[in-house]
Design a protein. Sequence first.
Length: 280
Amino acid sequence: MVRGDLFWGLQGALDRRGLGPVAGVDEAGAGACAGPLVVAACVLKQTDAAKLPELTDSKLMTAKARDRVYDLVLARAVDYSVIVIPTAEVDRYGIRVMNLEGMRRAAAALRVQPGYILTDGFRVPGLTAPNAAVIKGDRSVACIAAASVLAKVTRDRIMAGYHEDLPHYGFDVHKGYSTSDHLAALREHGPSDVHRWSYTNVATVAVKRGLRPTRPVLLTYAALEKAMEAGAAANLAAVLDEALEPQLSLPLHAPVAGVGHNERSAGGAAARSRGGARIS
C-alpha cells in the first residue's frame, strides 16, 4: 500500500522510472443499495497539473464542479474508459466480485496500454500491468481522482434517469445510497428492479412484503440472516423458499458460528468465493 499526499508526484516518479503511462482506476456506487456499479480508468498527462486545478476526490466536489472537471478530463486525458455494471450483474455475483471485475474491465478497455496501474484502496488481482493500491487514492493521486470523477458523474446521470421513471424513490437526490429518505421510500413502495436485491436492507423489505426477485440473486450472509429474522421462521431455507424464490440452485443452511457478515456465505465455505448463497 502507498500512503501520503502524492497527488501528481507518484505518477511523475513512475513516469521518470520508465513505468508510464500510469492509469488510475476507481469506482462509484459500491455502497449504494440501488443502481449500477460504475468503474473508470484514466491516464493523464503529467504536464496537466495546472490545467486541472479543481481536480480532487469526486466526493469532495460540488455537482457543478464535478461536471466542469468531468468535461476537462474527457478533453485532456491521454485515455480513459468507463464501465457500467448493471444492477442485475451485481445481484448475480455479489458486489465485491463485481468491484474487482469492474476494475479489471476498465483497465483492459484502455486503448493505451498502461505501464503501471494505481487503484483506490485495495489491490486488484488480474490487472493488465504492474499495479499498486493507494490508500485514499482519490485524494492523493491525480489519475485516480480523475477516474473517480468520471465514474461518479456517469453514475449520477444514470440515477437521475431512473428518477424520471421512478420518482417516488428520489434517486435524483440520494443516487441510490441508503439515506433515511431512501429507506423510508423503500419500505413504503418495496424494492424496484433498480434496487440490489442482494443487499440486506432490500432483501429484508422484500421478505416482509412477500416479494420475489425477477433475476438470480446472491445474498450475503447478513442479508440471509436478516431475511430469517424478518420472516420470523426457524428455518432460513423455508423463509427464502416461500418469500423469494421457489427454486434454489444451492442448498441453504441457517447461519453458523464463525461465518463473517461481509464476504462469506451462510451456505458455508463452498460458496465463499462468491460472497453469498445463490437464488436462481
